[in-house]
Design a protein around this ligand. Structure first.
Ligand code: LMR
Length: 392
């Protein structure tokens, strides 16, 4: 049986972690996988998480099963931060905990497939795992160009023409904020326009919300999602705490559904729970419990939000510093100041990306995506010079 399997290449993004680790040049720079780094290049555990984990250690008296929903205290506690307390109360919304944002996207795909959806529209480039997840869930993946990498501008025309071509019941994946991999988000007017067409064409929105708080601020980053929920009767939101709580390897996420009434909501939730049970039975608890402890405590919540604000402003500093450098060789850094979050995508050829790795020990995804947080006061000058050297 097993001999019939075709070999698979390791995930290119995750493979970069190993390649970088094996490089012994002291001045190497990691701009690969999406992990936040501070100005010293470290990825420390959040202080709020450390405090919550200590409390969990001191007080947890059982590790018995919670059920497929996971930690509902965490799931409900996040809602006020995602939507604001008022909207969270007004909407018919429910959710469950998932293993990271990836688990949330996969469970959304399985639930939507069970509901009869068969096609999903993805703007490309997108997170490289999006298409494989939907393909694994039996979807037909249809694409349009999200951004013109050369000009660093959103291709709104491609998006709108795809929405007009889409059919009743098609799913559209929208990045809530901090688009991965381009950093190019929609303006308020563009969100309104997109949502209007989706309402007209009866398209289903799945909002991937993995970088909440890391763009312009918690409230600002939710604005597009709120536009969606104000106009469309149903939606799903795949939320990740991996970045904004720094829980990467602990895999903390949530999937929410919004429905027009309680009956549809209850049936939807029962399907989500049944599919979760068939996929992973129940999510790992530790990370979700730590997030819940933070959200239940005003002081820890403030500590967490301050830590996210610090990350956000450091990444803004990187963007502004690159933009102030202007051009490096053929690369214009100016547009990066208008983009958001952890990623931008540079117009570099595969040969130039390889030369950055071979000649300058700079590691980035083969697509030209850079992790903004990999740049520090200590290495940003070297990075700008290296880009000039390979692209000049
Ligand atoms: C990324 O895009 O680098 C992260 O979301 C990590 C991952 O799972 O791909």
């Amino acid at each position: 049986m097993l001999e019939k399997l075709a070999p698979q290449k390791p995930d290119a993004l995750l493979a970069l972690i190993k390649l970088y680790a094996a490089d012994d040049r002291a001045d190497k720079i990691d701009l690969g996988v999406g992990v936040y780094r501070d100005n010293q290049g470290n990825t420390p555990v959040f202080k709020a998480i450390k405090a919550a984990e200590q409390r969990l250690f001191d007080t947890q008296d059982s590790k018995s099963y919670l059920g497929p929903e996971g930690d509902m205290g965490m799931v409900c506690g996040l809602l006020g931060h995602i939507l604001g307390e008022d909207l969270a109360k007004d909407l018919t919304i429910d959710g469950l905990q998932t293993p990271g944002g990836t688990g949330a996207v996969r469970l959304a795909a399985d639930t939507l497939y069970a509901a009869g959806a068969r096609r999903i529209w993805l703007g490309t480039p997108s997170w490289p795992n999006h298409a494989p997840i939907f393909t694994a869930s039996q979807f037909e993946v249809l694409t349009y160009r999200h951004m013109d990498v050369a000009t660093q501008s959103l291709d709104m025309e491609a998006l709108l023409s795809s929405l007009y071509k889409a059919e009743d019941g098609d799913v559209v994946l929208l990045h809530g904020c901090c688009h991965n991999p381009t950093g190019v988000d929609y303006t308020a007017e563009q969100w309104a326009h997109i949502v209007e067409i989706m309402a007209e064409k009866r398209l289903f929105p799945l909002v991937d919300f993995a970088y909440h708080g890391l763009g312009q601020g918690f409230e600002e980053d939710s604005a597009g999602l709120k536009t969606v929920l104000a106009r469309l009767p149903q939606a799903m939101i795949a939320y990740s705490c991996d970045k904004n709580f720094g829980m990467y390897r602990d895999r903390v996420g949530a999937l929410y559904a919004v429905a027009q009434d309680d009956a549809v909501m209850a049936t939807t939730k029962s399907n989500m729970a049944a599919l979760a049970r068939a996929n992973w039975s129940m999510p790992p608890d530790h990370g979700g419990a730590a997030v819940r402890i933070i959200l239940d405590d005003a002081e820890l919540t403030q500590m967490w939000r301050d830590e996210v604000a610090e990350m956000r402003s450091r990444m803004r500093w990187v963007r502004d510093t690159l933009a102030a450098a202007g051009t490096a060789g053929s690369v214009d850094f100016a547009p990066l100041a208008t983009q958001n979050g952890m990623f931008s995508m540079l117009p570099l050829s595969p040969e130039q990306i390889q030369a950055l790795r071979d000649d300058h020990a700079i590691y980035m995804a083969g697509s030209g995506r850079i992790n903004i947080a990999g740049l520090t006061e200590g290495n940003i000058g070297k990075f700008i010079e290296a880009v000039a050297a390979v692209s000049g």
